[in-house]
Design a protein around this ligand. Structure first.
Ligand code: NAD
Length: 337
């Protein structure tokens, strides 16, 4: 079965391509390489023994998207990762984000709706919940007004898909990721942040390897046990596997609604200081860090209630925080060697 993975050379996309190929799917990866490198294909090949078909397409080009799907009417499903994802950049350049994350989505859906097998998986985010009132967060927690254009693109994206599925043959699953970290255990593929990382774990590994002088911990006065913010860190391989399970649910027509939503997390919250301590333990390296003031827009805590994914999808995150951090560290050492 032929599956299209947009953003297939990116961080989560590349790990998902690996898991799809491991399950025997034929993958076509689409990417414009705006935040990835074509060498990722070799990493995927070294892990799976197979290089996926790759087409360099910018999904903002409507004609290119239409042309692609005209040539591939036998596609069985699309997993849509392609998007811009830097929250700060989205505040500075909102139109870039609306163009890339919304226009591209619309073009892909227009083409997909015309296909006989219109199965669609969407990369959404726990940012849609804002600071939820209750922990852990269930899928029916209310969606809060977005605090950044990036977050808004995820909310609007979910709405566009829901409206479209009502009146087309599209069946969709919205996957709300918590905090993906780590790399493939082989260290053949991993996260390649451009510039200064916005996320905690790449910043930790870059500090540990000597690329950054020190890690800033934003705030130790949150109402949490150690005062630092709490997130739900999920190993990217577990996350990738959830995409395959979700796709199979659609392909086997087991979905009970045209659009279903699942949280993807571990169900456990870890504070920034816990992540630092765990990293120091698995790497054997003391980390140079400093507590500074809170960062604007950061919330106190977010971790998932994963019951729905566990019971309905039959998927559960398996890796520990130690394993995820060890894989991130192995990857950092590999790319800097
Ligand atoms: N990484 C996270 O923390 C996180 C959390 C929640 C949701 N998400 C979402 O998951 C998805 C994947 O995230 P990621 O971390 O793998 O990001 P990434 O930047 O590593 O991967 C995205 C890929 O899409 C490609 N791309 C971007 N715009 C494109 C376009 N117009 N045409 C073709 N290709 C394009 C990029 O080159 C990149 O390879 C995104 O939609 C992101 O918003 C990520």
């Amino acid at each position: 079965m032929k599956i299209v993975v947009t953003g297939g050379l990116g961080f989560i996309g590349s790990h998902t391509v690996v898991e799809l190929q491991n399950q025997g799917f034929e993958v076509i990866a689409l990417d414009n390489l705006s935040n990835s490198s074509v060498t990722v294909l070799e990493g995927i090949e070294r892990i799976t023994g197979k290089k996926p078909v790759f087409e360099q397409i910018d999904l903002r080009e409507k004609a290119a998207v239409q042309d692609f799907f005209q040539r591939h009417k036998d596609v069985s499903g699309v997993i849509h990762f392609a998007a811009s994802k830097a929250v700060g950049e989205s505040v500075e350049n909102p139109l870039l984000y609306y163009e890339n994350n919304i226009n591209a989505l619309v073009y892909v859906l227009q083409s997909l709706a015309a296909l006989p097998q219109a199965h669609f998986i969407f990369s959404s985010s726990c940012t849609v919940y804002g600071q939820a009132k209750q922990m852990p967060i269930t899928e029916d927690a209310s969606v809060q007004p977005a605090i950044s254009p990036y977050g808004n693109t995820k909310q609007i994206g979910e709405e566009i898909i829901t409206d479209t599925a009502k009146v087309t043959g599209i069946n969709a699953i919205l996957l709300r990721y918590f905090n993906p970290i780590g790399s493939h255990p082989t260290a053949e593929i991993g996260e390649l942040p451009l510039g200064v990382p916005q996320n905690l774990v790449p910043f930790i590994t870059q500090t540990a390897i000597g690329l950054r002088e020190k890690l800033s911990v934003f705030g130790d006065d949150y109402p949490t046990p150690d005062g630092t913010a709490i997130r739900d860190y999920i190993h990217v391989v577990d996350l990738a596997k959830a995409h395959v399970v979700a796709l199979q649910r659609l392909l086997q027509q087991k979905n009970t609604e045209k659009v279903e939503t699942f949280n993807l997390g571990t169900g456990t919250g870890s504070s920034v200081l816990e992540v630092i301590k765990t990293f120091e333990k698995v790497s054997g390296k003391p980390l140079n860090y400093q507590i500074v003031g809170r960062r604007e827009g950061d919330i106190t805590e977010a971790y998932a209630n994963t019951d729905k994914a566990n019971t309905v999808l039959g998927w559960k995150a398996e890796s520990t925080l130690e394993e995820a951090l060890a894989s991130a560290w192995k990857w950092e050492q590999r790319i800097r060697s």
